[in-house]
Design a protein around this ligand. Structure first.
Ligand SMILES: Cc1cc2nc3c(=O)[nH]c(=O)nc-3n(C[C@H](O)[C@H](O)[C@H](O)COP(=O)(O)O)c2cc1C
Length: 449
């Protein structure tokens, strides 16, 4: 592990009316111009001021409409209902920044390899080699219905398809040799045809034949980001991911998970130093601990129970409006839940009940509240203490910042916490290079298989 390593910092962004915290739009400081380029440029500038390595847009191909079998509650309460296409927004953000990496989430389940390969490589050119792709497999039935499918593909099978997607996309990205273009006007030769290789993929999920249409970008190809947490998901993440996001509540567990992921990468024939593990956190920072605690109490008060019920229905593919508040879930109902199983496991563990009630789901999942994910609350020194410990003692290579309100959540982190981390020598003062992969220092460029 290089001893000049620095924290890799990532901003978790949404092209929607709220942050990851659905109640964030109710915060007095949240901006209402989320349909304008100005809003996203402000976020981009805040992240670049704080020398973040990259910002990335999450994505879902549906608004929550499983609760009550329609979209009414979600729309009325503004629960992640706007979802714009991340790619044009990233292109806009690229124009007001020079070094910030810009990543988008695209689904391996609902797009074709050519589509993803071309969109992402084009973005990589238009950002001067600053693009990244958050590879997700999509788990909601609502997404399936919007995309013309009858239901989601079963969990592990989604990852089988994703594996094939990666092989196919990476082969497309590598099909033009870097020196293929000659642009020789004198002899009338645009490019060397021997350096542009046709691509054929005959797999279970994809069959493609032809030539790719976008030459390689300044960083070769976009940086690959992933967040698989299950056994199958982690195997996938460690095979393909360069930056891997996780959710960890506790330092010892985070250390264990990072070490297991590095071992998994090694088993897959990769150098573990070419992957970075980044747990996600909310941060509420104030001039003093008590100011931060007051801010947190206000943020926490913004959530309504309907936020959690709507999001639980979406993420577990089960209509929570069909249950009474104290009615336990039957074994059959629990077995039928085919969304994020990690949430179900957490509720069973924390409630101590094999058949939890609706109230248990709301309380113990924390879904829709700011307590769902780990949250650092304190003064800049206190926040920096935790981040430095996790980074120096092997629990993290970097962090993903969730914002409890936008754009202020990013601005406060950049203004309050970053200078303290820089003072301690664990956070970059300047970007190392010009492309995202150079700035990450990961050299994880993938060749053709
Ligand atoms: C920080 C973070 C960001 C994520 N972003 C998205 C996203 O934008 N879209 C999505 O469908 N899933 C997203 N996920 C979910 C993961 O891709 C993955 O499905 C989830 O962590 C469960 O792991 P598993 O697929 O191995 O069961 C995200 C997860 C984390 C931790």
């Amino acid at each position: 592990m290089p001893n000049d390593r620095k924290i890799i910092m990532v901003g978790f962004m949404q092209a929607q009316n709220c942050s990851n915290y659905p109640a964030s739009w109710r915060h007095m400081e949240s901006a209402g111009d989320f349909l304008t380029p100005d809003y996203y440029r402000r976020i981009a500038r805040a992240l670049e001021d704080g020398k973040f390595h990259f910002g990335f847009f999450d994505d879902r191909l549906a608004l929550p409409d499983i609760y009550g079998a329609d979209h009414k509650e979600a729309v009325k309460n503004g629960i992640r209902v706007v979802k714009m296409d991340p790619i044009p927004i990233l292109a806009t953000m690229a124009m007001s920044t020079t070094h910030l990496g810009l990543a988008a989430t695209l689904s391996t389940t609902y797009y074709e390899p050519f589509h993803i390969a071309r969109t992402m490589m084009t973005l990589d050119h238009m950002t001067g080699g600053r693009a990244g792709w958050n590879v997700v497999t999509s788990l909601n039935d609502s997404e399936a219905f919007n995309m013309g499918a009858k239901s989601t593909i079963q969990h592990d099978r989604r990852y089988d398809r994703a594996d094939e997607m990666m092989q196919s996309v990476i082969n497309m990205w590598n099909s033009w040799e870097p020196d293929a273009i000659k642009f020789d006007k004198h002899n009338g030769i645009f490019a060397d045809p021997d350096k542009v290789h046709p691509i054929e993929h005959n797999g279970e999920w994809f069959q493609t034949k032809g030539s790719f249409t976008v030459p390689p970008s300044p960083q070769g190809h976009p940086v690959i980001v992933q967040a698989g947490q299950s056994g199958r998901g982690r195997k996938f993440a460690c095979e393909w991911g360069e930056v891997i996001f996780t959710i960890q509540n506790d330092f010892e567990q985070a250390k264990k998970v990072r070490s297991e992921m590095r071992d998994e990468a090694q088993m897959q024939g990769r150098d573990p130093d070419t992957i970075a593990i980044a747990p996600a956190f909310y941060v509420t920072v104030g001039e003093t601990q008590s100011i931060a605690e007051d801010k947190f109490a206000y943020i926490d008060s913004l959530a309504k129970p309907i936020d959690g019920l709507t999001l639980l229905s979406e993420v577990l593919n089960f209509d929570f409006a069909t249950k009474k508040i104290d009615e336990p879930f039957s074994d059959e109902e629990l077995a039928g839940i085919n969304g994020l199983r990690g949430i179900l496991d957490k509720v069973v563990r924390l409630s101590g009940k094999t058949n939890p009630t609706l109230a248990d789901f709301v309380e113990f999942s924390g879904r829709g509240t700011v307590r769902e994910a780990p949250h650092l609350v304190g003064s800049p020194t206190q926040i920096a203490d935790t981040m430095e410990k996790w980074f120096v003692e092997g629990a993290a290579d970097g962090f993903v910042l969730f914002a409890a309100h936008t754009p202020g959540g990013y601005e406060e982190f950049s203004r309050y916490v970053v200078p303290e981390l820089q003072r301690r020598g664990v956070y970059q003062k300047e970007y190392a290079g010009t492309t995202l992969r150079e700035n990450l220092g990961l050299s994880g460029y993938r060749k053709r298989s």
